[in-house]
Write a protein that binds this ligand. Structure first.
Ligand code: C2E
Ligand code: MG
Ligand code: MG
Ligand code: MG
Length: 282
């Protein structure tokens, strides 16, 4: 009876909404513990230079293997991490792990694989508190072994702070990519205002490249525009050879997608690099 009453009284807060809010709260509590329980892992997806078809970079992508619910997508838990403020701690962990790996690979393989790290707008604002920048310097790694992926939305507001932080990254040699380019509330004028190194062409333009003339035109135009502005391009979500061929034809610089590899744990990524070396010397 109480339930029914409640349902009638709170007409803007339905039981299903209430349940969703409760679910969210539970998941947020779990996320807090997930860090301590080591349930959060960083996976790495190869990024290939199109001209040589070699893996030269990687994107760090978080995975949450929840003890009861199994794998939870970052599209679900990253917003929770942002809302709860946990993103600062989680983000620092991703940078720490990535820098550690770059250092390991440098020693084992003799070269540097740049790692791209996604960062949320909230993280970007707290750039001054970053400890990972110090460890990068301590290890004697060049700044451009790290690429920071930001989204267009960030560039639309707080432009003084954003400009200052972008400058700080660049002063340390760190590169900056615009992720999911063309999908946000974008204004091309930010390309005039901010110094950007890479545009990542979103999956939503790439996946219908063969069948959709509009997507084809947009992708080609983005690549031409980027190059005129001295910005390099990375196509996301490449799944077929035909897409790769067309991207090569358009002069795209880098590719990333299931055609090459899904995101994998660090040992598997290292094996991809070793296989690549063996193919080259065979
Ligand atoms: P994103 O940065 O745009 O990452 C690319 C997404 O596309 C990844 O999804 C990747 O697994 C997926 N992908 C790669 N190749 C293909 C392909 O060929 N086909 C298709 N269909 N998908 C492909 P994922 O790993 O689920 O990550 C989703 C989003 O979560 C990321 O989008 C990023 O915005 C966010 N994210 C992931 N890790 C982090 C992190 O450490 N920090 C922050 N702030 N955000 C993160
Ligand atoms: Mg990304
Ligand atoms: Mg992306
Ligand atoms: Mg995307």
């Amino acid at each position: 009876a109480a339930k029914l009453e409640g349902r009638n009284r709170f007409c803007y807060f339905t039981p299903s909404m209430q349940q969703a809010a409760h679910e969210k709260m539970l998941l947020m509590q779990d996320l807090r513990q997930a860090i301590a329980k080591n349930e959060l892992r960083v996976y790495y997806q190869p990024i290939l230079e199109l001209s040589s078809e070699r893996i030269v970079k990687a994107e760090a992508l978080l995975r949450w293997n929840h003890s009861k619910r199994g794998m939870i997508s970052p599209t679900i838990f990253i917003p929770l991490a942002e809302e709860s403020g946990l993103i600062l701690e989680i983000g620092e962990m991703v940078f720490r792990e990535s820098i550690d790996l770059i250092d390991q690979w440098r020693r084992r393989l003799g070269y540097i694989i740049q790692i791209s790290v996604n960062i949320s707008p909230i993280q970007f604002k707290h750039l001054n508190n970053y400890r990972w920048l110090d460890s990068l310097i301590q290890l004697g790694l060049p700044g451009d072994c790290i690429n920071v992926e930001i989204t267009e939305g960030l560039l639309l507001k707080d432009s003084a702070v954003v400009q200052q932080n972008l400058l700080e990254l660049h002063n340390n040699g760190i590169e900056v990519s615009i992720d999911d380019f063309g999908t946000g509330f974008s204004s091309l004028s930010y390309l005039k205002k901010f110094d950007i190194d890479f545009l990542k062409i979103d999956y939503s333009f790439v996946h219908q490249l063969m069948g959709n003339a509009t997507d084809r035109a947009l992708v080609e135009a983005i690549i031409v525009m980027a190059h005129k502005l001295d910005i390099k391009t990375i196509a996301e979500g490449v799944e077929t050879e035909a897409q790769q061929d067309l991207l090569t034809h358009f002069g795209c610089d880098y590719v990333q997608g299931f055609l090459y590899s899904v995101p994998v744990p660090q040992q598997e990524f290292e094996q991809l690099l070793i296989d690549q070396e063996n193919r080259n010397t065979a």
